[in-house]
Ligand binder design. Structure first.
Ligand SMILES: Nc1ncnc2c1ncn2[C@@H]1O[C@H](COP(=O)(O)OP(=O)(O)OP(=O)(O)O)[C@@H](O)[C@H]1O
Length: 342
């Protein structure tokens, strides 16, 4: 459905997108994630035709879009500050794209009613924009973007302004809706929870390049390198010298999953793989509990080892040791990820 082929966009001598190749299949939802300034919005803008590529091509349905203006690309856009037209009522907003296309009045009304039903606002056509809550406005913006049946729906921080509870609910609804409609979606978000919940595939950007792409679970389980791992919120990353299946690190020896060839690596030690033991036992370093943070289903425990940087462990809500307690550590090999070189 969508292809980016070697796309580069420069601002001065900086490349906001640097030789990016990406494909999005029909009916697929792809979420682009990355730190601020990594090129996410530029990617959307170049696909929409709001920005020209300095090199490379954007293909939609196999057709080169070079020189094709925004309104002829058949893409739907929904941007962060959803910008509904305050002078129009809800129906007027939803029907906007249809009016522009010259769809007749009866068909506009039918489609608008259908879409409002779809986004969970049946019968809201006559309401004013100012009478809607933030979440309702977001739904209207979505209905407006979907109305002209775009080949590709592009969302820029679609739920950015909303509070957490509402975002979590809407993400589930959106995923179900896109599945039902068979919409092809390219979304940008800085919120990994949102991306992982919404996407069939995530794309993680770093300085204008794609650092990793894969199914959410795949990326979560096997971050490609230390950048991706840190971006996903993992901090237990350590240099390691691997020999005969064991890694020598500043935290002592760490057992590895089978089959890692000898050499120098970075390791990600998942917090779930740092098991706490009684002080004086455990083959890992002796540690002092620096802090503990309740996270609902588990407790994140920050440990200060005798050597090396802080180590994060995870325990059940009832098993977390007190702050200041001395503990031992045992590493679980199945929670160790050998990272590629960053
Ligand atoms: N119009 C512009 N003029 C100059 N530089 C720009 C322009 N737009 C973007 N950039 C630069 O290009 C790079 C990528 O910006 P972009 O907005 O695509 O990043 P982003 O990942 O969407 O960031 P954010 O999450 O903060 O929105 C940044 O370094 C940014 O400063």
């Amino acid at each position: 459905m969508l292809g980016l082929d070697d796309v580069t966009v420069r601002f001065g001598d900086r490349a906001a997108l640097d030789a990016v190749d990406l494909t999005v299949a029909a009916h697929e939802t792809v979420c682009v994630l990355g730190p601020s300034g990594s090129g996410k919005s530029t990617l959307l803008r170049v696909v929409a035709g709001l920005r020209r590529a300095d090199r490379g091509r954007v293909l939609l349905g196999g057709e080169d879009q070079t020189g094709v203006p925004v309104h002829r690309r058949g893409v739907g856009l929904m941007f962060q500050d959803h910008q509904l037209f305050p002078q129009h009522d809800v129906a007027g907003n939803v029907a906007f794209g249809l009016r522009m296309r010259g769809t007749n009045r009866a068909a506009q009304q039918r489609r608008t009613a259908e879409l409002l039903e779809l986004v969970g606002l049946p019968g809201a056509g006559g309401r004013t924009v100012s009478s809607l809550s933030g979440g309702e406005q977001q739904r209207v913006a979505l209905a407006r973007a979907l109305a002209p049946e775009p080949k590709l729906l592009m969302l820029d921080e679609p739920l950015g302004q909303l509070d957490r509870g509402l975002r979590e609910r809407l993400v589930v609804e959106l995923r179900a809706l896109f599945g039902r409609l068979g919409t092809t979606v390219l979304a940008v978000t800085h919120d990994q929870g949102e991306a992982f919940a919404l996407a069939d595939r995530v794309v993680i950007m770093r300085e204008g390049r794609i650092a990793q792409t894969g199914a959410p679970l795949e990326v979560w389980q096997r971050p490609a390198d230390a950048f991706v791992a840190r971006f996903l919120g993992f901090d237990n990353i350590v240099d390691a010298e691997v020999r005969d299946g064991t890694a020598d690190t500043v935290w002592g020896r760490i057992p590895l999953p089978a089959g890692v060839p000898d050499g120098a690596y970075e390791l990600l030690v998942r917090p779930a793989g740092v098991r706490l033991t009684d002080p004086g036992t455990g083959r890992g370093p002796r540690c002092t509990v620096e802090s503990r943070t309740f996270r609902g289903s588990h407790v994140a425990v920050r440990l200060r080892p005798e050597n090396g940087p802080v180590l994060e462990a995870e325990t059940g809500p009832r098993d977390a040791p007190e702050q200041g307690a001395r503990v031992g550590v045992e590493f679980a090999p199945d929670e160790i990820v050998v990272l590629g070189r960053d």
